[in-house]
Every structure is written in structure tokens, then in C-alpha cells.
Design a protein around this ligand. Structure first.
Ligand code: KG4
Ligand code: ZN
Length: 343
């Protein structure tokens, strides 16, 4: 089944054509440069940019896959969670395609789709090792940090979630405090390479308790350390700033790795998936593989391109939904700003 998928929940407009886990063609257009000056996503600017990009992205995706609209079997779209004005762009575009082409359309949960990204591969790539069900999955992005027990693509049980900031939000806010701009995850990672992660003693919030997360206290600790650190005194300040980035990153990594590894152990699964934008972090990926190896648990990591927002993951989960006739949308379907997985 050839599924055309669309995504516009935040600040990436994306389209993809997938057949099961095989990505036949895709395009992701990031709006980062439009929002950078504001230090965060501006909803009005985001929806406008989605609207301007949507049609050309679909045309380009079909071209890359070497197929026409007539070859598409079904449609999938991100229905939530996200910014409503942004979600509505892809949702309405998909409704229009569904009506004009007479194709079924399914509404996909963005967070749930992130968790399945490690199964994706490009057309022509050799088959890669993929996680096995049941598995545990941690989705850590700018808007979400949630831990799941996943029995099948359509059977997710929530084990825990953040009680305040998301992990990516902690990276972004700390980066902003350190003057590294927005979005800050990748910038913190780059700076941390030159730093000593033991230089600052930061808390590991809730590391040993349950499966919920909390990152807002850590951000406050970073702020205090930054203010006391005289980071503008050169050359010492630059070294201390790198130490601060490394110490902060180590605290987040410790918590995420500890919880995911413990969830795998408690639930007796052989695979643990790490997904979402934060999963692009090299230090986090290395540490997870190291932590899972002794227990012989497979670390399901997607290619970095599919950690960030994309439509391939939406099409992949959408394919299962379409087969199961799950959440098939008609013209009255609404965008869902909040949409806890499983509801
Ligand atoms: O999944 P995503 O593209 O969008 C959301 O659904 O939120 O995730 C974006 C988040 C941002 O907070 C960004 O700072 C973070 O992922 N991120 C990273 C890295 N690359 C992106 N965080 C840590 N290290 C990275 N290398
Ligand atoms: Zn996302």
C-alpha cells in the first residue's frame, strides 16, 4: 500500500510517500530560520509558512518517488498534538486530496509516530536490524517526553511522561540562557564536546523514582551556575561555558538512559527505542547503547534525519491504521491540540 503522508504540527512542513517501512520519497522543509529571531516558534508565522509550502512539497515528494497522484493508495496526516493553526494546514490539505481522489485518510498521533521511526528505511537500502515487539520507547522532543510500553504499532501503554518541561525544551531553554540561540539542542551538544561533564554537579531529577520525568529544576540550576560563572571573562569564561553545557547534557542523558534501561528491565523486553528530536544527540545515543548492551537489549535508534519531525513516520504508522480501519477521517475531523497517546 502506497501511503502519502503529510505533517505540519510545529515548525517543519513535511510530505512523504511510504510503502510499509520503506520511504520511497520525502521532503522536510524546516522553518527554523523564520522563528530564530523570536527565540521560539511563532504560531502565526508557522501556519502561514506551512500553507505556502504544502502544495510544492507534495509535488516534489511524488517526483522524488517517481510516481503520480494516481498511484497513491491511501493518505495519512498528523491530526495532533501540536499547534492547531499549523495542524489545520496539513489536515485540510489531506482532506482535499482525500475528497478529490476518493482515497481513505487516517489521522495519526505525532508522538506515537515518533516512536516507530527506527523501523524506517530508504528504498534501495539493505534491510537493517529493527526493534522487536514488545518494546519500550522513549519519545524525547521539544514538546514531549513520554515513555511507553509498545506491544504493537497500534497498542501503546503510557508508562510515564514529563511533569513539567520536555527534554528538548530543557535543551532549548538552557541553550538560550547560555546565549546559544534557538533551537539549542544541537548547539549544546557541539559546545559540550569541549567541556568537562563533571565540572558542575547538577541534579538527576526523579532518576531513581518511577517513570515520570522532570526537567524544570535542572534548567534553574543551569541558570544559577551561568549567573555565578562569569562566562564573559575570556578565555576562562568560554571553557566554563563548555563545562556547563557538558554538565547539563550529562544530567539529561543520565536520566533518560536510566529510565529507558529500567523500563526495559522491569517489562522484560528485548528492545528499547529512543526517538524524537533529542534522540539525534550523539552522546545520548552512545550512552544508551552502552547501558543496554550488558542486558542484551537492542537499542532501536532511527537515523538522525527521522529523529526530527518528518512525514515518513506519519505514513508508516498511518499504514497500520489504514489496514485496521482505525481513525479514518471524514470532512468533519478536527485538529487535536492535546492528544495523549492511547486516548
Ligand atoms: O521532534 P522534534 O523535531 O520536534 C518536536 O516534536 O518537538 O524535536 C525538536 C527538539 C528541540 O527541542 C531540539 O533542541 C531538540 O529536539 N534537539 C536536540 C538535538 N537536536 C535536536 N536535543 C539535543 N541534542 C541534539 N543534537
Ligand atoms: Zn516531533
Amino acid at each position: 500500500m502506497l501511503v502519502l503522508a503529510l505533517e505540519s504540527s510545529c515548525d517543519e512542513t513535511a510530505a512523504a510517500l511510504v510503502e510499509g517501512p520503506v520511504v520511497r520519497g520525502e521532503v522536510v522543509r524546516s522553518q527554523t530560520d523564520l522563528h530564530m529571531a523570536y527565540g521560539g516558534v511563532v504560531p502565526e508565522i508557522a501556519s502561514r509558512a506551512h500553507l505556502e509550502a504544502a502544495d510544492s512539497l507534495v509535488v516534489e515528494t511524488l517526483k522524488r518517488a517517481g510516481v503520480g497522484l494516481g498511484d497513491v493508495d491511501a493518505l495519512a496526516v498528523t491530526q495532533g498534538p501540536g499547534l492547531v493553526g499549523s495542524l489545520l494546514v496539513a489536515l485540510n490539505f489531506a482532506k482535499g486530496l482525500s475528497m478529490s481522489l476518493g482515497l481513505p485518510l487516517t489521522g495519526v498521533n505525532h508522538v506515537q509516530a515518533h516512536a516507530l521511526a527506527p523501523f524506517l528505511r530508504r528504498a534501495g537500502d539493505p534491510e537493517r536490524r529493527v526493534p522487536e515487539y514488545p518494546l519500550v520507547a522513549l519519545v524525547a522532543s521539544g514538546g514531549h517526553t513520554s515513555l511507553f510500553l509498545v506491544r504493537s504499532p497500534l497498542d501503546f501503554v503510557v508508562l510515564g511522561r514529563t511533569v513539567d518541561d520536555a527534554a528538548g525544551e530543557a535543551f532549548d531553554k538552557s541553550a538560550k540562557l547560555m546565549g546559544l540561540g534557538y533551537p539549542g539542542g544541537a548547539a549544546v551538544e557541539r559546545l559540550a564536546r569541549d567541556g568537562d561533564k563533571k565540572a558542575f554537579k547538577f541534579p538527576r531529577p526523579l532518576a531513581r523514582e518511577g517513570f515520570d520525568f522532570s526537567f524544570s529544576g535542572l534548567k534553574t540550576s543551569v541558570q544559577t551556575a551561568y549567573q555565578k560563572g562569569n562566562m564573559d571573562d575570556e578565555p576562562e569564561g568560554s571553557r566554563r561555558l563548555a563545562d556547563l553545557a557538558a554538565s547539563f547534557q550529562a544530567a539529561v542523558v543520565d536520566v533518560l538512559v536510566a529510565k529507558l534501561a529500567r523500563a526495559a528491565k522491569v517489562h522484560g523486553v528485548r528492545s528499547a527505542v529512543l526517538a524524537g528530536g533529542v534522540a539525534a544527540n550523539g552522546e545520548l545515543r552512545r550512552r544508551l547503547v552502552e547501558a543496554l548492551a550488558p542486558a542484551d537489549v537492542f537499542a532501536g535508534l532511527s537515523e538522525p534525519r527521522w529523529c526530527q519531525d518528518n512525514a515518513a513516520m506519519i505514513g508508516y504508522l498511518g499504514g497500520f491504521q489504514l489496514e485496521a480501519r482505525h481513525n479514518i477521517l471524514d470532512l468533519s475531523a478536527e485538529a487535536r491540540h492535546r492528544w495523549p497517546v492511547g486516548e
